[in-house]
Ligand binder design. Sequence first.
Ligand code: ADP
Length: 231
Amino acid sequence: MSLIQVKNVSKIYQTGEVSVTALNGLSVTIGQTAFISFVGPSGSGKSTLLNLIGSLDKPTKGRVIVNDVDIATLNRTQSAAFRGSTIGFIFQNFNMIPVLTVYENVEYPLLMLKHNALDDHRERIFTLLDKVGMLDQKDKYPNQISGGQKQRVAVARALVTNPKIVLADEPTANLDHKTAFKVISIMHEMQKEFGTTFIFSTHDTKIVDEAEIIYTLEDGAIVNQEIKVNK
Ligand code: ADP
């Protein structure tokens, strides 16, 4: 069964008189695959596509079906609930909440999922922080840890609700080579352990090297698809 179906999707941003076609009739089907990368020049539509898959935005035309849900049919509350239960996000700029500790940042998505609050959430947060090597930093605030450490915390936070999909938009763009490598290997370990599908938008060849499927975007359409059979 396919996890994600993007069917003939266009996204047109209208700013005053100017309209920008960010996606132009794009179709892609994604199964339960480990690591998928969308690559392509800046402005080719990668972030727009991830935003649609993550139900942060709606297509102008076409359909985006994620885990059997047509995201265009969701209202704001339903979209938020869908994201909370199905999607984890990792951002280029880490997006830590500065007034919350490392532990509380990881806990935050669980608190948003009021109806699904996990009884064992403390244990889950401890386990995830341990797996990303940040348990001993759990009481620190984001301004007391490095960028690489923040991104490790972000990986734990993305996985805390046990989502089917993690969307990572340029997750290594603000990390040095060695730190990026470590964060990618942590994501890979987490993917193997939890069976989560990781979808990246990236320029980073270290991520592309790890990906099982690489889609190249140009002008809002997929122009190339590479599947690595031995991954
Ligand atoms: P990428 O992630 O590949 O750099 P984006 O999806 O961010 O590409 O952008 C695709 C195109 O859509 C670009 O031309 C960009 O300027 C435009 N775009 C993206 N978001 C908006 C927006 N909110 N309003 C207007 N134009 C946008």
